[in-house]
Design a protein around this ligand. Structure first.
Ligand SMILES: NC(=O)c1ccc[n+]([C@@H]2O[C@H](COP(=O)([O-])OP(=O)(O)OC[C@H]3O[C@@H](n4cnc5c(N)ncnc54)[C@H](O)[C@@H]3O)[C@@H](O)[C@H]2O)c1
Ligand SMILES: O=C(O)C[C@H](O)C(=O)O
Ligand SMILES: [Mg+2]
Length: 615
């Protein structure tokens, strides 16, 4: 396992893009909230008695020592025997295993998180592979669909259309002064499930649980947020249990000024917090990113961290084929889905080709990519003029106007709206990426044709949850005679192949990239999130699998290793922040960044509690 111990600036293909020596060591000592120098051996609280037992950040359940029970006035309020965490873990794991369905497990784990976060995170870290699929994708998707039925207790903050003018005051309702990471959604495109309005809250909660478990951000420093601007989901609007605003989505200038009020409010209370935009529909996702990327420390997960992990998957896939990462410009890549994630992923691939210096221009890099939406290839309407009318009828519906960004991907030399099968036949792709949210978009014919021309086709159905993947792992291996290099957004089991071998599956999800990005950004207190951070994240992850793993088709370390991945990514991102002069945290001379990052990572352990009244 690669654990980053490199000194600054060792990247092979990024060095030309860097300007070294711009490190800011002279800025005021803004010490990160997750900085090890703030670590304490005791935790001081002004709470006492039941307030401690009912505070998930302080509660230890049955694990309070007798001395603590005495000094915190909780003697007699919990069962008499002091049980350490190992016994508690046994109990909660047994209870969890008794839950019959993934959704029941989700409800159980949420309740545990609401009672005792230390125990919740220890359980989660100990069983990351098993539980990531519950608190995160794919089960979190089901939890969003049912959120208004399974609701027990509030977590995070909601800002709705009835809060216009009040947001700057509302942010002070949050009980913590230190907030390092905020994940915010407007619930307009939740995974591949569409508009789920305020039910989308489960997504920021799940993302932030991984920020803590994998990225080592402290539980008290994370804030999940929903911006409730209404929903266009009729079934939610008509459901008496739905808890969000009961009107259609606010759009246009009203929408952008609403988000602006929220950003201003958040930055006024927590100027250093990283904002992660999550599951905003296209084009809002891009418009918000463009508006805020140079003003506040923020990124869009679906556009940018997805591009990191997908690029990492392709680069590792090249190595699995016995090629070099620098051969990326030889690939022919079809990206099905031209929305936030699709465009973001393609831009990441292009950035990488340009950074590698193996293409002369971005245009040349574009020439290796073919982008498609539900109407087919983004091609040249002039070339398909003859049968355009016919096609419009046959394929139902007009393509909505392509925006400037999507326009970049239009192929001038190919007819607009070619089907996937037609594009595959003409282009002979080496890789196909699915970012549509639509099950079954990778047809058998298309994948079989691809496998005719490419010995080891890269097949990445990246849409979530699993029920919305463009194809299953079984299909991908069956249609390629077991030769596919396979990665999906949601987890799929390995596949037993007819020849007795195993078709290895990989999970290519931004959960591999955002925890480390957030870790590096918060430790360095970066005041800007730069493109290099995403490229380097990809490079670090692409280098993590061993040659033997790559040979078998394993591209990344398993989900159980997400913490190691976050540490490696976090260290590199932190280095980049100093190299590019965007870090504001003071670094002591001689401090090894990898150690600073590692020591800053939250460990779920019970710390002695001490009562102190500040009045
Ligand atoms: N694996 C990951 O880490 C990851 C990250 C981000 C997004 N995603 C997934 O990607 C999907 C899309 O997300 P997004 O933010 O880009 O959404 P989006 O709504 O912005 O884009 C979806 C795109 O798919 C196109 N599309 C719809 N139906 C199609 C069809 N039948 N054939 C071809 N194209 C079709 C749309 O025109 C649009 O361009 C979601 O399911 C999401 O879960 C996965
Ligand atoms: O949430 C995920 O699992 C990945 C991604 O952010 C998505 O929207 O699908
Ligand atoms: Mg997302």
């Amino acid at each position: 396992m690669l654990l980053c111990r490199r000194s600054l600036a060792k990247s092979s293909w990024m060095s030309s893009a860097r300007s070294l020596g711009r490190r800011h060591y002279g800025v005021p000592p803004v010490v990160g909230a997750s900085d090890p120098r703030l670590d304490k051996t005791v935790q001081v609280t002004s709470s006492k008695g039941v307030n401690i037992i009912h505070d998930p950040l302080l509660s230890k359940g049955t694990a309070f020592s007798l001395a603590e029970r005495e000094r915190l006035a909780i003697r007699g309020l919990v069962p008499p025997r002091c049980q350490e965490m190992d016994k508690q873990l046994l109990r909660v794991k047994r209870n969890l295993d008794d839950c019959r369905t993934p959704l029941a497990k989700f409800v159980f784990l949420s309740a545990l998180q609401d009672r005792n976060e230390t125990l919740f995170y220890r359980l989660l870290i100990n069983h990351l592979e098993e539980l990531a699929g519950i608190i995160y994708t794919p089960t979190v998707g089901l939890a969003c669909l049912r959120s208004h039925s399974i609701y027990r207790r509030s977590r995070g903050m909601y800002f709705s259309t009835q809060d216009r003018g009040a947001m700057s005051a509302m942010v002070y309702n949050w009980p913590h002064d230190e907030v390092d990471v905020i994940v915010v959604t407007d619930g307009s495109r939740v995974l591949g499930l569409g508009d789920l309005g305020a039910n989308g809250m489960q997504i920021p909660i799940g993302k932030l649980s991984l920020y803590v478990a994998a990225g080592g951000i402290r539980p008290r420093s994370v804030l999940p947020v929903v911006l409730d601007v209404g929903t266009n989901n009729e079934s939610l609007l008509n459901d008496p249990l739905y808890m969000g605003m009961g009107h259609p989505r606010v759009e246009g200038e009203d929408y952008y000024s609403f988000v602006d009020e929220w950003v201003t409010a958040v930055k006024s209370r927590w100027p250093n917090a990283l904002i992660q935009f999550e599951d905003f529909k296209y084009p809002h996702a891009y418009n918000l990113l463009n508006k805020y990327r140079n003003k506040v420390t923020c990124f869009n997960d679906d556009i940018q961290s997805t591009s990191s992990i997908t690029l990492a998957g392709i680069l590792a896939g090249l190595k699995a084929r016995g090629k070099k990462q620098e051969d990326l410009n030889q690939e022919r890549i079809i990206c099905v889905g031209a929305g936030s994630a699709g465009v973001g992923v393609c831009e990441g691939i292009i950035d990488c080709m340009v950074a590698q210096g193996r293409v002369r221009s971005r245009d040349e890099a574009y020439s290796r990519i073919w982008m498609m939406d539900q109407h087919g290839l983004l091609g040249n309407p002039a070339l398909s003029a003859e049968d355009a009318a016919q096609q419009t009828v046959a394929r139902k519906g007009e393509r909505t106007q392509l925006d400037e960004r999507q326009q970049c991907y239009v192929k001038a030399d190919l007819p607009d709206r070619l089907t996937l099968e037609e594009v595959v036949e003409r282009v002979k792709p080496t890789a196909i990426l699915g970012l549509t949210g639509i099950r079954g978009v990778f047809s058998e014919k298309a994948i079989r044709t691809m496998a005719k021309y490419e010995e080891k086709p890269i097949v990445f159905p990246l849409s979530n949850p699993d029920t919305h993947a463009e194809c299953t792992a079984e299909e991908a291996f069956a249609w390629t005679e077991g030769r596919a290099i396979f990665a999906s957004g949601s987890p799929f089991e390995n596949v037993n192949l007819p020849n007795g071998k195993i078709g290895r599956t990989n999970q290519c999800n931004n959960s591999y990239s955002f925890p480390g990005l957030g870790l590096g950004i918060t430790v360095s207190r970066a005041n800007e999130v730069t493109p290099t951070m995403f490229l380097e994240t990809a490079r670090v992850i692409a280098d993590m699998a061993s040659p033997a793993q790559l040979k078998q088709g394993t591209l990344f370390p398993g989900v159980a290793n997400l913490r190691d991945v976050a540490l490696a990514v976090g260290t590199r991102v932190c280095e980049v922040a100093y190299e590019e002069g965007v870090a504001t945290a003071k670094l002591k001379e001689g401090e090894l960044l990898s150690e600073v990052v590692k020591n800053s990572m939250f460990q779920p352990e019970y710390v002695p509690l001490v009562h102190h009244s500040y009045h």
